[in-house]
Design a protein around this ligand. Structure first.
Ligand SMILES: [Zn+2]
Length: 157
């Protein structure tokens, strides 16, 4: 028996001013996307923005439903829309922003396990790392690839 260790490195930005222009733009789009949230139950508004390999940015927001499993997270709303709209393009990066009543929170919005799995598969499909940005007021976390937020990824493709 051996004990293995998984180390995860990520970047922490105190302000968008420290970020490269592409990431800065994507963060702004994710924050804007929060306006599209339909969250009458949780009142937690989440926006996501996906940068495609053709330069396009596709936004999504969480959509809740009285039949709870029928709703969908912002990340998957954005990724599925991006996948449907640009099926032959790669998803290079995703930014996620969230907060109660549409006000950006002080803690970064972190994706749920199901959304991480969907990110993992789109990353595998493209064969290129998809970076993940988690946005809060005054703090942004950047992970260079989905593996960093979903170690030991399930990947059957
Ligand atoms: Zn999710």
């Amino acid at each position: 028996m051996t004990i293995q260790e998984i180390n995860i490195k990520y970047q922490v930005y105190g302000s968008v001013d420290e970020m490269n222009p592409e990431d800065r733009e994507l963060v702004a789009e994710a924050v804007k996307a929060m306006q599209g949230a339909y969250a009458p139950y949780s009142h937690f508004h989440v926006g996501a923005a996906v940068r495609m390999s053709n330069g396009q940015i596709v936004r999504g927001a969480n959509q809740e439903n009285a039949a709870f499993p029928s709703g969908l997270c912002a990340e998957r709303t954005a990724m599925f829309a991006a996948g449907a709209r640009y099926p032959d393009k790669d998803m290079l990066s995703i930014a996620i922003a969230g907060g109660v009543m549409g006000r950006l929170g002080s803690q970064p919005a972190t994706p749920c396990g199901a959304c991480r799995q969907v990110m993992a598969q789109y990353q595998a499909k493209s064969g290129k790392p998809m970076s993940v940005l988690m946005v809060a007021s005054g703090q942004i976390l950047k992970f260079e690839k989905v593996d960093d937020i979903l170690p030991l990824i399930f990947n059957s493709i």
